[in-house]
Design a binder for this molecule. Structure first.
Ligand SMILES: [Zn+2]
Length: 91
């Protein structure tokens, strides 16, 4: 069940769990006042593979890795699947 954040004008922020179908626009605070629903960032799992990939992608955008050669430069051209293709004239 997702946790929603509500903002009381007197007490500040508090969280309450509601189902996505039943979440109200305002909840009652512990002080009795009505608190409107706020907007907060979702709680993403830290240290996961997806977060690590996003962090590495952002890092390469700002400071790309320095390389001393072209990646995969030692690869040769792929061999043709049919050996008869090797006898065809080359440009
Ligand atoms: Zn309150």
């Amino acid at each position: 069940m997702p946790v929603y954040q509500f903002i009381c004008t007197d007490c500040g922020r508090f969280e309450a769990a509601y189902s996505m179908a039943d979440v109200p626009d305002a909840a009652t605070c512990a002080c009795g006042a009505s608190a409107r629903r706020g907007v907060s960032s979702p709680a993403l799992a830290s240290g996961g593979a997806a977060i690590g990939l996003i962090d590495r992608t952002r890092a390469t955008a700002d400071a790309p890795a320095v390389v001393d050669r072209v990646p995969n430069a030692s690869r040769t051209a792929p061999r043709p699947a049919n050996p008869l293709h090797a006898k065809l004239p080359r440009p």
